[in-house]
Design a protein around this ligand. Structure first.
Ligand SMILES: [Fe+2]
Length: 413
């Protein structure tokens, strides 16, 4: 892998700076709270990011000593238990914030030195990118974790990047419009550069003809479904005086009927069955997003141009979802909207390694621990997904009943 040290350093500084902005959202007195009972408290994450960088780049890849062996165990890994009862934090005695931040500053200085002139060419190249993307992935984890906090425990702020004006002409279109996708080949996996282990090896999949919704299922459609079936409301909704509201990041808003519904895999699956349909597979998602009528495949739904604010609701330009169909410049070759951005897309595919999977040297436990049949693949991006993670082969995975993630869905048949 060719190393551009200047680029890596810039990326590192930008990533740390954005993380500091994200950590400025919860009020300081909430530092030891667990906004999601299935996860560690906030303090863990402020220590985890620098400790992961040291463990991965300095100790594992470069075989050099770390900074604080105790912290580098305490903050090593998060938890993903199957129930609140099984969610046991690694300690009852978390360090003070001052100590965690002092450790973070020392770690940052060491990483900076390694990226500037450490011997990272040999086996540190993969580790260097891994720590940078790891930081960005956690920014999203933190966002949906902080989403759970009561408004009075947060300091409201503007989105971190500037959004483009939405396209009102398409905004608010009803979904229900479907698109036929003929049989064809989808390339899954990564053959172009850095990727996490679960993205390799690249391979072809033959996808039979299918049909897919052009828009995500909206809150409005989900409301009709709830009324027809007495299904439970999604986690992101709240009810006051008989009216439905959206629990936004910083405020409660009247339920936006034309925005995508955020739902669990279980809820999404039940909805599609009620409609006589099903969730798309991972390969069908690829075909709808990156396939074209001519048979060529694109890097992104809209083509091969780099992602920017005109293509979709990602990269911290909005805290919350916007109406479906707001980004016509991000539509796929088939005219399917919002496949990247405005919420990850649930698939029916159980998370597993591709044939020939090998754990990555710089983070051997990244994926393999989750090949347990208990997690489903999500694709695309949410408002809190960094632009750098918008990559065709990027895969994310969650338990089917995990309600906190910014994930939506559409029907296929
Ligand atoms: Fe992590």
């Amino acid at each position: 892998m060719a190393l551009d040290r200047e680029m890596l350093l810039r990326w590192f500084h930008d990533g740390r700076a954005r993380t500091r902005e994200v950590f400025a959202i919860p009020k300081p007195e909430t530092y030891y709270e667990r906004p999601i009972p299935l996860r560690n408290p906030i303090v863990f994450y402020e220590g985890h990011l620098p400790a992961f960088n040291i463990n991965t780049l300095i100790k594992l890849a470069l075989k050099e000593p770390g900074i604080d062996a105790g912290y580098e165990v305490l903050f090593e890994r998060g938890i993903d238990p199957d129930s609140v009862d099984a969610a046991k934090p690694p300690t009852d005695q978390w360090p003070s914030r001052r100590c965690v931040q002092e450790y973070g500053a020392k770690a940052d200085a060491l990483i900076e030195r390694a990226l500037s002139d450490g011997p990272i060419e040999v086996n540190g190249g993969e580790a260097a990118v891994a720590i940078l993307e790891h930081e960005q992935m956690h920014q999203e984890t933190l966002m949906y974790m902080f989403h759970e906090m009561a408004y009075e425990k947060k300091i409201a702020r503007k989105p971190l990047n500037v959004a483009r004006a939405l396209s009102p002409a398409r905004a608010g279109r009803t979904s229900g419009a479907t698109q036929k996708i003929p049989a064809g080949i989808a390339t899954l996996g990564n053959d172009t550069g850095f990727g996490w282990d679960n993205e390799f090896p690249a391979h072809w999949v033959e996808v039979p003809a299918f049909e897919i919704d052009r828009y995500n299922v909206t809150n409005g459609e989900y409301l009709k479904y709830m009324r027809a079936t007495n299904a439970e409301p999604p986690h992101f909704w709240a009810r006051h005086n008989g009216e439905w509201f959206w629990r936004g990041m910083f405020e409660l808003k009247p339920l936006p009927l034309d925005a995508p519904v955020y739902a669990t895999h279980d809820e999404a699956d039940a909805f599609t069955r009620w409609r006589g349909r099903r969730l798309p597979t991972e390969a069908e998602y690829h075909r709808a997003a990156f396939g074209t009528p001519s048979g060529e495949e694109r890097l992104y739904p809209w083509g091969n141009e780099q992602p920017d604010a005109s293509r979709g609701n990602f990269n911290f330009t909005n805290w919350d979802p916007v109406p479906v169909g707001s980004y016509p410049a991000g539509a796929s070759a088939w005219g399917v909207d919002d496949l990247v951005g405005n919420g990850w897309e649930w698939t029916s595919t159980v998370f597993d390694g591709f044939k020939g999977f090998r754990p990555m040297a710089s983070y051997p436990n990244y994926s393999a621990d989750f090949f347990d049949g208990q997690h489903f693949v999500i694709k695309g991006a949410s408002p809190a997904t960094s632009r750098d993670l918008v990559r065709r082969s990027f895969r994310n995975w969650f338990r089917p009943n995990y309600p906190y993630v910014y994930a939506t869905f559409r029907c296929a048949a």
